[in-house]
Unconditional design. Sequence first.
Length: 373
Amino acid sequence: MKKIIHFSLANAKGGITQYVLNNWKYIDKTKFRFDIVTFGEKLDFQKDLEAEGCRVFYVKNRAENNLKLFQNEIQQIFSNGYDVVHLHTSYWKSFELEKLAKQAGIPKIIVHAHNTAVFDDNGREEKEKQHYKLREELTTDIATDFWACSRLAAEWLYSDKIPQEKIHIMNNAIDVHSFMFNGQKRKEIRQRLGWDDKLIIGHVGRFSYQKNHEFLIELMKETVKIKEDVRLVLIGRGPLVDKIQLLIKQYHLVDKVFLAGACDDVNCWLQAVDIFALPSHFEGLPIVAIEAQASGAKCLVSDTVTKETAVTDNISFLPLDVSVWQDRILSDKIETENRRKYADQVIQAGYDITQYMKTLENMYNSDDEAAGC
């Protein structure tokens, strides 16, 4: 059995965490085992992972705070013996994990780019400087494999320091059939909200600068002046949730915006929405936009998001201008009859996880550097 350890998962079940959990659900567990590292204080889903044979490790020390203690913790984890270390990375903080993995003799070290900017809300400018500085020092010796969720993410993390032929683009695949349009689920959730006859906009994402919730609230403020029956559902949690709640109250939108919190049934919520909105300041390749397209919801995303996200013809890329988004919401025809067809488009684009698993398993098993994708 091939033992793979992933760095790192978060309790909020954001894009990276969801990617790993999706892969663990569908990978051949007779041939592969996942262990998980987190830098957080808890994982609510820890028991579920452990019940399926995963070990979960909590790292208490950060390299920037106490390098020696950090090294000791990581060395202890690596002493359990792994065939693969899979490092999910949004920006360069250091090369410490890669160095420790090499010292531990782990034969396959994967660096996997998942974003296109620094997502942390605190000290972003300093972290960007550090990222660019370290990127200049990057060499192909740091790891055995270089992966990315999109070409844009690859460019951000590797620049020209890693040759294109060494970079593998790995799809953020999903269980397409669980997101395929379901009219009964749509009806149930809309009735539960009391919004049966409303035009519902939906958003899924961590309450942070990256996801740009403030834009959505500004959009709602202007749009309800023209079309009173528009509603907004926000799914997720994060550090800026209190700020957004205050804005909702300030704009008198309390009865028009529903905060659902963190949900394990995002697939059901996406059935209820007519429009999925993702006005992010930046993204790698957002899994949730793939899920929304599979559900058949009309997708509006910011033009800062990579066009590789368009795996159906039901998605538009718009500048971050409230009036432009408002025009599209008010003018676009919303269809519910033919939404199931978009799931087929997602499958044809190569984003069905049952098909993707074969690729992932082959990549974990490969010992030599295959050609880039």
